[in-house]
Write a new protein. Structure first.
Length: 219
């Protein structure tokens, strides 16, 4: 059973999400909170698999709440997905940098919502190739120097895999493109997570851009 916590300042939004998620036999909502501070406290108590987190809330917003959850060693198995009204929301990038595993639009279809929760609970990122390129391109224009030193421990093949992940491709897509078995692709991803001390796949995407391994328009 996938355990979910909902954090949103709108009661109707929480009620709607809960109703949609509870229709699935393998998903259960274990708690709700109306602001970031309450959400962090609830997550520390319940330790859910997935948190659906609104970005814009009074007081502690979704970005800061995400950062607090991700940096808590006791919650290393909890994945945060931020909720937004527009896929052009400038704060999506900040949320990904804070450690979110991806984002969902609030008007996401019910089946897609449930599929997204399962995807994140399985350790995948909710970043399509098009969204990845647009959102993560902000790394290249953030005014910070590119730090290639993080790539030093990687082999050429591992760098190739990281570039594919940075492009937003799934394990199956990577396997086909690089002529690997899906199992081998998964092994490479696990190795990259360990070598780069990355929490999840979304952080690998961020690293691929931050280190200059891939640049906007190259994928």
């Amino acid at each position: 059973m996938i355990r979910v916590v909902l954090v949103d300042d709108q009661h109707l939004m929480r009620a709607g999400l809960a109703a949609l998620l509870d229709r699935a036999d393998d998903i259960t909502v274990v708690g709700e909170a109306e602001d970031g501070a309450g959400g962090v406290a609830l997550v520390r108590t319940e330790r859910p698999d997935v948190v659906l987190m609104d970005i814009r809330m009074p007081g502690v917003d979704g970005i800061e709440a995400t950062r607090r959850i991700v940096t808590d060693d006791r919650l290393r198995d909890t994945r945060v997905v931020v909720l937004t009204t527009f896929d052009t929301d400038e704060h999506i990038f900040d949320a990904i940098r804070a450690g979110a595993a991806g984002f969902l639009l609030k008007n996401t279809q019910p089946d897609e919502l449930r599929r997204a929760v399962r995807t994140v609970a399985a350790g995948e990122a909710l970043l399509s190739p098009s969204v990845t390129q647009r959102v993560m391109a902000a790394v290249a224009t953030a005014g910070r120097p590119v730090d290639e030193s993080r790539l030093a421990p990687l082999t050429d093949r591992e760098r190739e895999l990281l570039a594919e992940i940075g492009a937003g491709r799934s394990n199956d897509e990577i396997a086909r493109r690089l002529f690997l078995s899906p199992a081998t692709a998964r092994t490479y991803v696990s190795r990259l997570l360990a070598k780069l001390a990355a929490r999840d796949r979304a952080q690998l995407v961020h690293i691929a851009y931050e280190t200059g391994l891939i640049r906007p328009g190259e994928v």
